[in-house]
Design a protein around this ligand. Structure first.
Ligand SMILES: [Zn+2]
Ligand SMILES: [Zn+2]
Length: 192
């Protein structure tokens, strides 16, 4: 049985375990399917680009990174496709397995909270969590094509901005709903 290796595992064997050592890498990681929010996902057909700097500190490896990816989904009001380029960064400390996190040590940057105690697995660091946080925490739950998107007329499904100003209740008298589809079709034919 083989378990597929996570694309987010990064091997730090090239980095000597001496405080002050530093290495830089440019990574392209294939975004997994379903990486994102239910309505707004990271495009799986494009790589997640990561400019990664790893530095050795006494407790482990400090990873700082710029992360770029594209998210896509549909406008939750008008269903038009929405795309957003994401450019975020993170700093994360991965502890050597031998050294337990201790708050008394001083080389850990203060901005790292006490919960940030990710462990290395041998020479590997798992970038999935920080990458996920950087890309996804800032995504809108309800993506919009524009902040002021007016959405669709609930009766005919046409975008409000494509409808005349006086389009309203009177355009769809109750009981006449069967005409809506025909009217839409007629409109489409006229446009051709
Ligand atoms: Zn919209
Ligand atoms: Zn309508």
């Amino acid at each position: 049985m083989s378990i597929k290796k996570s694309p987010f595992l990064f091997n730090c064997a090239d980095l000597p375990r001496r405080a002050g050592e530093m290495r830089e890498f440019e990574l392209n990681i294939d975004a997994p399917e379903d990486f994102g929010l239910p309505l707004f996902k990271i495009d799986p057909t494009r790589p997640i680009e990561i400019d990664l700097t790893i530095s050795a500190v006494s407790e482990g490896v400090l990873a700082t990174a710029e992360v770029r990816a594209t998210a896509h989904g549909e406008c939750t009001r008008c269903l038009e496709p929405v795309e957003e380029d994401i450019d975020q960064s993170f700093t994360e400390l991965f502890y050597y397995q031998a050294s337990r996190p201790s708050r008394s040590k001083s080389s850990v940057p203060e901005e790292l909270g006490e919960d940030d105690s990710l462990m290395m697995e041998g020479d590997e660091i798992d970038l999935e969590l920080p990458v996920r946080d950087a890309l996804i925490l800032n995504l809108p739950l309800n993506p919009l094509c524009r902040p002021d998107c007016l959405g669709l007329c609930p009766d005919c499904g046409v975008k409000w901005e494509e409808l005349p100003d006086d389009h309203g209740e009177s355009a769809h008298p109750k009981g006449d709903i069967r005409w809506a589809g025909l009217e839409k079709l007629q409109k489409e034919l006229e446009e051709k």
